[in-house]
Design a protein around this ligand. Structure first.
Ligand code: AOF
Ligand code: ZN
Length: 370
């Protein structure tokens, strides 16, 4: 990482090709876990001769894909890659060795891979073979794209993105938890896209009982990209007739339950296709220990977690400063004073005024503000 910081920003052509590699890498987001979604571009004499990205399930790796597509044209080319080429023997030999064998002349890499199996050894291997290596081009963007991988390796938890859709008066539902549509079509399409780019979506049992959601990606042609659905269901209250349980055989459903949840209930839900994962209870407040939940998800390979509610889950994430990124949607319409507050017992300002988060962008999407 010191090398990364020391590296010069790179010239504009390098940045342009790296941008392309980043865009290619994003195609894999939500489909490669626990592997990071890497992108790679091969360029010779200013012409793109190969493009690749990490394939579904995490293999083949991006570089190998790009090299395969380029064939003999790869000899003497420059490789642009969004993460350090690996140096470890996994299911296939290291990417660094494949890059060397293909006769690549120069490698431009965005960031070092924090995976202790790699951690600089990929770059070192390339240099030892006489390849010119430049590190740090578009590093900030790459770190954002690979935030899930980095967080999982460094902190044993996924990168957590929290979505909150609130009315103009800060509510998320009408009185009695009656669901109301808050955001419009354009915002909802963005949410579905975020689902597809996540490894897992998480909600609390309260939201299951109130809304009976399915949490799949319903964008046209993207149904196969639905993430794993995760429910914080401490005492296993999920209804047998819920949409989540009904679709558990086609799209995975994980129920995070207390260690003292009833064994017979867990067995019945398991037989219905759900996977029950036991985690510790929180020591001081009623409910599951959220850091323990995040550790369990990371251990199962989740790198990008999308939290969709409800108010209690959102409040716990905000209070525990466990959200890495927040998508706060606000509509122009009010619900009324008797509606349900977005952060349960916390004011919205606990989030918007917290020094833990800063506003990155504000934009109008359809009829809503993001
Ligand atoms: C690359 N290119 O496209 C990706 C890399 O289980 P394995 O053998 O596939 O290795 C997984 C590790 O490889 C993963 O944790 C990360 O460090 C790296 N991912 N490396 O050279 C790629 N996806
Ligand atoms: Zn590799």
């Amino acid at each position: 990482l010191a090398a990364e910081k020391a590296a010069k920003a790179g010239d504009s052509a390098d940045r342009r090709f790296m941008q392309l590699a980043l865009a290619l890498g994003r195609r894999g987001q939500g489909r490669t876990a626990p592997n990071p979604a890497v992108g790679a571009v091969l360029v010779k004499d200013g012409v793109i001769v190969g493009r690749g990205w990490t394939q579904d399930g995490g293999r083949p790796h991006a570089e190998v894909e790009a090299l395969r597509r380029a064939g003999d044209a790869a000899r003497g080319a420059t490789l642009y890659v969004t993460l350090e080429p690996c140096s470890h023997h996994g299911r296939t030999p290291p990417c660094a060795d494949a890059v060397i064998a293909a006769g690549i002349a120069r490698v431009v890499s965005a960031i070092e891979d924090p995976n202790p199996l790699v951690a600089g050894q990929g770059h070192a291997r390339l240099r030892t073979a006489g390849i010119a290596v430049e590190i740090g081009v578009c590093a900030e963007e790459a770190a954002r794209d690979h935030a899930g991988h980095i967080r999982r390796i460094r902190d044993r938890r996924p990168h957590v993105t929290l979505k909150l859709a609130v009315s103009a008066d800060g509510k998320i539902a009408a009185a009695g938890h009656k669901p109301v549509a808050i955001t419009g079509e354009a915002a909802n399409a963005r949410t579905h896209l975020l689902r597809a780019r996540s490894d897992a979506v998480l909600i609390g049992i309260g939201t299951v009982l109130a809304d009976d959601p399915e949490l799949t990606c319903r964008l046209p042609g993207m149904a196969a990209q639905s993430p794993i659905r995760v429910v914080l269901d401490r005492s296993l209250r999920i209804p047998a007739a819920s949409k989540l349980l009904h679709s558990a055989r086609t799209t995975p459903l994980w129920l995070m339950a207390s260690e003292i949840a009833e064994a017979a209930t867990a067995a019945r839900l398991g037989a219905a296709g759900a996977e029950v994962i036991h985690v510790a209870d929180c020591a001081d407040t009623p409910g599951l220990d959220l850091p323990a939940v995040l550790h369990a998800l990371a251990d199962k390979g989740v790198t990008r977690l999308f939290v969709e509610g409800g108010a209690r889950v959102a409040a716990s994430l905000v209070a525990g400063e466990l959200a890495d990124e927040i998508w706060l949607w606000r509509s122009d319409n009010a619900i009324g004073a008797d509606g349900i507050d977005a952060l349960h017992d916390l004011p919205l300002t606990a989030m918007t005024d917290s020094p833990h988060w800063r506003v990155r962008t504000t934009e109008r999407v359809g009829a809503d503000t993001l």
